[in-house]
Design a binder for this molecule. Sequence first.
Ligand SMILES: NC(=O)C1=CN([C@@H]2O[C@H](COP(=O)(O)OP(=O)(O)OC[C@H]3O[C@@H](n4cnc5c(N)ncnc54)[C@H](OP(=O)(O)O)[C@@H]3O)[C@@H](O)[C@H]2O)C=CC1
Ligand SMILES: O=C(O)C1=N[C@H](C(=O)O)C[C@H](O)C1
Length: 269
Amino acid sequence: MSTIGIFGANGRMGRALITVAKEQQLKLTAATVRSSSDLIGVDAGELAGVGRLGLPLSATGTDSINQAGIWVDFTMPEAMLAHLELAVAAKKAMVIGVTGLTDAQYQQVQQASAHIPIVWAPNMSVGVNLLLHLVQTAAKVMGQTADIEIIEAHHRFKKDAPSGTAMAIGASIAKALERDLSKVAVYGREGITGERQQQTIGFATVRGGDIIGDHTALFADLGERLEITHKASSRNTFAQGALRAALWLQNKQPGLYSMQQVLGLADLS
Ligand SMILES: NC(=O)C1=CN([C@@H]2O[C@H](COP(=O)(O)OP(=O)(O)OC[C@H]3O[C@@H](n4cnc5c(N)ncnc54)[C@H](OP(=O)(O)O)[C@@H]3O)[C@@H](O)[C@H]2O)C=CC1
Ligand SMILES: O=C(O)C1=N[C@H](C(=O)O)C[C@H](O)C1
């Protein structure tokens, strides 16, 4: 079994990853934090509240990159790109869950995948990845006449909007309907907006409290509406998916892989 490392171990997802790695008895051999962090040397299991693991947190950098073969990154876009540079230089595989990437940042991930195997996905849960297929069926059946809106809700600490998952749902629906998402997306509404344009795909964002992650795709027609909803009740579900992706990446050739491929859902129509 490959050795696994976690960048950004002190984040919400970093701690969930440590928890799940312990539950699944995976070979977690590195957990890193910023080089300026006071947490360096603290036990990773104690940080995550799951008891001593005998794994001290180390500083992200060239000294720690060789502590693991596959690295998991749920940090922030700029930090992730710096980690990616380290991984490419050391030929390490990466699982990336970071959202809110600009097009240019996503292109940097694509370019790095010419050198190392990478899984990038805005949502690592089984349910959301199934939902990405279900919305395509709904779009094909109802999308020519129904109004399509994507509603997402997350905790008050989230920094990007709409969520990466909401964007992926929009892209999935737009693809099924052969619409260009960049032309039909409407992000929030205010003032005298006029009547709704039928071809548009609307996005609405809610931020509050400790909501872990809710997503709804709404297909609203005259006389009926269909809502397809996913609600995450624990971050461990994302961590389980990420660690499954890490194991799946063992011995893979360089390339950019999706969670659909990891879960064997890529061929669902
Ligand atoms: N794909 C998926 O399934 C999921 C994706 N996400 C995404 O994962 C990302 C992280 O989410 P979450 O865990 O809630 O965020 P947190 O804010 O809890 O954690 C972010 C981590 O990144 C580190 N970090 C941030 N900026 C820097 C930097 N400049 N240099 C070094 N380290 C840095 C932080 O370090 P420090 O503690 O020192 O500040 C922290 O450890 C988001 O993009 C989120 O959308 C979240 C859940 C599921
Ligand atoms: O920031 C989060 O928390 C989450 N972010 C991801 C996203 O932006 O889609 C996935 C999940 O919903 C949690």
